[in-house]
Design a protein around this ligand. Structure first.
Ligand SMILES: [Fe+2]
Length: 427
């Protein structure tokens, strides 16, 4: 019988190799995947730390002929994707190794796509900015080694970029973009300074919370199998991954930020990033991520501590967490039990709460985590004023693919209220 609602959810993920020292097995895995001539994609910072060299050494030891592309910048753009695709074209690489954060892994996904199935960028970009055409077939093997516990890009089917001409952040999402293997080695995150731990950590936290509270898969319109989006909405399987990620974060986010050499905390954070990546990579995110795009895009003069360079930048994790407390106060009525349960997993006491306390427990728990780990006090501390709200709202409204995941209908006025409530978190 044909019903109007979706009745089916999907769950796909990248095979995973996890643990201290897993980096050293990269050569074995590439060979196993049939790769003989890989391109190692990374950034200059990781060349500086010696990690890129270590991976190159492991590949050479496995008798693989490897080239290195180290010109990936933080927050890729259409220009930087073009540059890396141009570099790759005409060289006969048969696979890719990405060593870095989300920017590096997403750039590797793009290089793989545009050299395997060349086409204008807009063909593949998500609608309405692009045509959202499906990727014609499988790509070459891509092995991803994340060096932050954050984006989860090593497990997701999405690549994000800044479209310079339109001043908008968008991306490509298709199952063929998923890496062939994620090698997650917590040792690679030990030397990250506190804020380069905290911001990606809060990205993980919002992935888990947004997915866990997203519009359920069966409370959406029905899709044909070839049109079903990558983000299908929360479902019984994505919940498992998100819940576990929240538990790890509640136990270890503070510890990993305050003492980077706490290996147990680093391991928890790396697991949380992977788990949340699997959860949100299938369920999807909503309002904080939609607002994060214009927040990052409209940065004025904020220079994040512990980040290299002197270019104003609002790191992704900081831009998403900035509106999370206000968002979850607003989504609370859609699933009070989920909001309270999430706070409980993060370590809050949730027994015997009054109605008013229950409503507030998740935002309050987030704010305590943010204060303890040195997150700036609201959008005003990042250089925004209430008069910026309309342009932030406009930018978020362009992210309909993400807003579709919101568990209640979301209008410009709702987003405006959330932005204004996020100007200052505490007094
Ligand atoms: Fe994110």
């Amino acid at each position: 019988m044909q019903v109007p609602n979706e009745t089916i959810f999907t769950m796909e993920t990248t095979p995973l190799k996890f643990g201290a020292g897993a980096t050293d097995e990269v050569g074995y895995d590439l060979k196993r995947l049939g790769v003989r001539r890989p391109l190692l994609i990374t950034d200059r910072g990781l060349v500086h730390t010696g990690l890129a060299d270590r991976v190159r050494g492991a590949l050479r030891e496995a008798d693989l002929s490897v080239d290195v592309y180290d010109d990936v910048h933080v927050e890729p753009t259409d220009a930087s994707w073009e540059a890396i695709s141009e570099y790759v074209s005409g060289r006969d690489y048969d696979g890719f190794v990405a060593v870095g954060g989300g920017s590096v892994i997403d750039s590797a996904k793009a290089a793989n796509l545009f050299t395997s199935y060349p086409a204008p960028l807009t063909d593949y970009l998500n609608q309405p900015i692009g045509k959202g055409l499906p990727i014609p077939g499988p790509l070459k093997p891509l092995v991803a080694l994340p060096t932050t516990a954050g984006t989860g890009s090593e497990t997701t089917a999405v690549a994000v970029l800044d479209l310079l001409s339109l001043h908008v952040k968008t991306g490509i999402s298709h199952r063929y973009l998923r890496p062939s293997l994620a090698i997650v080695d917590p040792l690679n995150t030990v030397t990250l300074p506190p804020m380069a731990t905290a911001y990606p950590g809060f990205d993980v936290l919002t992935h888990a919370l947004e997915s866990f509270t997203s519009r359920p898969y069966d409370a959406r319109p029905r899709h044909r199998p070839d049109e079903r989006p990558v983000y299908v909405g929360r479902n019984p399987v994505s919940d498992l991954w998100c819940e576990k990620a929240l538990e790890f974060l509640g136990r270890s986010l503070r510890r990993a930020v305050l003492n980077g050499y706490d290996m147990a905390a680093r391991t928890d954070l790396a697991l949380a990033a992977t788990y949340a990546g699997i959860g949100f990579g299938n369920a999807g995110v909503h309002v904080p991520h939609a607002l994060a795009y214009p927040i990052a895009g409209q940065v004025r003069d904020f220079l994040p501590p512990d980040y290299p360079g002197h270019t104003p930048l609002i790191p992704h994790g900081l831009s998403v967490i900035s509106t999370a407390p206000a968002t979850f106060r607003w989504t609370y009525p859609t699933s009070p039990e989920r909001h309270v349960h999430a706070a409980h997993l993060l370590g809050a006491t949730t027994g015997g709460l009054t109605d008013a306390e229950a409503r507030d427990v998740l935002p309050t728990t987030l704010l305590a985590l943010m204060r303890d780990t040195g997150i700036p006090n609201g959008l005003s501390a990042l250089g925004f004023r209430e008069t910026d709200a309309p342009s932030l709202v406009d930018g978020a409204l362009k992210q309909q693919r993400l807003l579709m995941g919101c568990p209640r209908s979301v209008e410009a006025a709702d987003l405006h209220d959330i932005v204004c409530a996020s100007m200052q978190h505490w007094t």
